[in-house]
Design a protein around this ligand. Structure first.
Ligand code: MRU
Length: 355
């Protein structure tokens, strides 16, 4: 059975509706946000996740706060927005789209405008960020689909689909665009321990759209790649450093090493809002460490030995030298490095330059 791609979020007049991704695939439910605080909590609590999606949600968080405070005096309004921006920026550390979106919202705030006018302008900007993300994903999809043969077997990791973005997806967007272009694509999805974005979200998105998908454990990727027949590994990114190093979901780096070992191209699909030109290399990217409970079990079930020390880094860094190509809305950058990335970015006022 085939259905259109789900939308991760929807503006509903005076509130933001977010697909509650914690509940999938068991049920498709929406969480309602009416303030920046709600949105920051939704990001922190993984109701919404995926780098571009949290950027878009944060932008609406700023707009919601402005709407909520539009009857306040300008000084109070401004102070409230500053606090909201700080809370949103601090809600998760690794995906740079979050900071990028909040900074862009700050720049959109008209100097000296009355609060109701500023609030209307901020809502427009949030909608523009969401719309542009979908357009960027479509452009990446078109560029990336051209890299795949007519019959393609693609291995992917985590969830990079409509749920993780404003719509369509980054790595899954490439797969969707290839299918739309008439290609016969089979996807192998890694389950993505410990939060299981692959098993819960990627498998769900692809299955409901009728795109063939097989789920494997993360540890099975080496076996699958060693047996041949995989045409490409395509993943997304949470932050791309100025030298092309890529932070993405934990387990991405081993996939890049395996892909190189077995001669399989390794592509990263990411919009330019994911590039952080202020961070020289992957070593400088802040990596989120999450709670032990995600590793010791799932839901109410515990399987780890009680009391064992646990570490749970949520992302890893893949060195640029292992990346065959960076798929962006401006085309495919083969063998990304500092010089090539600089040339691709060019002078762009919206680019991440300082934090
Ligand atoms: O912890 P998550 O689920 O927010 O991590 C998401 C990822 O790592 C994705 O691969 C990344 O954001 C790129 S998706 C568009």
């Amino acid at each position: 059975m085939s259905a259109p791609a789900v939308s991760s979020m929807r503006w509903n007049g005076d509130r933001l509706l977010l697909v509650d991704q914690r509940k999938l695939p068991a049920s498709l439910e929406f969480a309602t946000c009416t303030s920046a605080r709600d949105v920051a909590a939704a990001i922190r609590g993984m109701i919404v996740r995926g780098a571009p999606a949290i950027g878009c949600a944060a932008a609406f968080g700023v707009a919601l706060e402005a709407l909520r405070r539009r009857t306040q005096a300008p000084v109070e309004f401004r102070r409230g927005l500053d606090d909201a921006c700080a809370a949103l920026t601090a809600s998760r550390p690794t995906a740079v789209n979050l900071v990028w979106a909040v900074q862009r919202m700050r720049r959109a705030l008209p100097d000296g405008a009355a609060p109701p006018i500023a609030a209307a302008r901020l809502l427009e900007e949030a909608q523009a960020i969401l719309d542009e993300d979908v357009r960027a994903n479509r452009a990446m999809g078109a560029a990336g689909a051209g890299l795949l043969p007519a019959r393609a077997h693609v291995l992917t990791h985590c969830n990079t689909g409509a749920l993780a973005t404003g719509g369509h997806g980054t790595a899954l967007g490439v797969i969707r665009s290839a299918v739309e272009a008439g290609k016969d694509v089979h996807v192998t999805a890694c389950e993505t321990r410990p939060y299981l974005q692959g098993a819960r979200l990627t498998a769900w998105e692809l299955q409901r759209e009728g795109i063939p998908v097989t789920l494997i454990t993360d540890a099975a990727a080496g076996f699958v790649l060693s047996r041949g027949g995989v045409d490409a590994v395509i993943v997304g990114a949470d932050r791309v450093a100025a030298n092309g190093d890529v932070a993405n979901k934990i387990g991405t780096y081993p996939l890049a090493v395996l892909a190189r070992r077995h001669g399989v191209p390794f592509y990263v699909a990411a919009p330019l809002s994911t590039v952080d030109a202020a961070v020289a290399s992957g070593a400088d990217i802040p990596i989120e460490e999450r709670g032990a409970d995600e590793v010791s079990g799932f839901g109410s079930e515990r399987w780890a030995t009680a009391g064992v020390p646990i570490r749970n880094p949520a992302f890893d860094v893949t060195p640029a030298e292992l990346v065959t190509g960076l798929i962006t809305e401006r085309g495919v950058l083969l063998q990304p490095d500092a010089a090539r990335l600089r040339a691709l970015l060019g002078p762009d006022p919206d680019r991440n330059t300082e934090f």
